[in-house]
Design a protein around this ligand. Structure first.
Ligand code: 5GP
Length: 195
């Protein structure tokens, strides 16, 4: 679909406790809708595996990131994990809107709340939620990437993050993935396509 007035100057935010399946939903939407463009965040964490500067993230040292904070280069930023900054550059929003695309954010819960406050009706804020905390724990164990201590830390963080769902426009409970994908498509269709 071509970019036009319905697709530009809008943002869609997906936030979730980790292990909720948010990235799978975001990846699906990016494939399905060519007018959606992923907001590449800046971060001070090191690249993992094949990650490249300008693709998954803009990678900076902590010093560079702090300099950008001082220069007011960010629309929002958070220290999501101790010692690791993440933020959205103002220039990233300009870059994507200049193409007439809708910006899709995969961002932590506090960042999502901040963006919704800033962008108001131009933003659709979606909170992706696991069916229950026990299921979240099961998924994190199944993923096999974290130690038992790290899993308990993530679960504790998730319990705190779940208290923010009230600030989002929509809560999407990710129980059966195929159903969540269809529901997510419906949200895009009503916020962007059928306006
Ligand atoms: P990871 O290091 O696993 O790629 O991401 C860690 C967390 O940081 C995820 O919850 C991700 O959504 C969040 N995140 C990524 N970019 C941003 C950003 O620009 N701002 C904020 N506040 N959080 C972000």
């Amino acid at each position: 679909m071509a970019s036009n007035n319905t697709t530009s100057n809008k943002i869609i935010i997906f936030s979730a406790p980790s292990g909720s399946g948010k990235s799978t939903i975001v990846g699906h939407l990016l494939q399905k809708y060519p007018f959606l463009e992923f907001s590449i965040s800046a971060t001070s964490r090191a690249p993992r595996g094949q990650e490249q500067h300008g693709k998954e993230y803009y990678f900076y040292s902590s010093e560079e990131f702090e300099k950008l904070i001082k220069e007011d280069a960010f629309v929002e930023w958070e220290e999501v994990y101790k010692g690791s900054y993440y933020g959205t550059l103002r220039s990233e929003i300009d870059r994507i809107w200049a193409k007439g695309h809708t910006i899709l954010f995969d961002i932590d819960v506090k960042g999502g709340v901040n963006l919704k406050k800033i962008f108001g009706d131009a933003a659709l804020a979606v909170f992706v939620k696991p069916p229950c905390v026990e299921e979240l724990r099961r998924r994190l164990i199944g993923r096999g990437t974290d130690t038992p201590e790290a899993i308990e830390r993530r679960v504790a963080k998730a319990e705190e993050e779940l208290t923010y769902e009230q600030y989002f426009d929509v809560v999407l409970v990710n129980d059966i993935l195929s159903e969540s994908l269809t529901e997510a498509e419906g949200l895009i269709d009503s916020f962007v396509v059928n306006r």
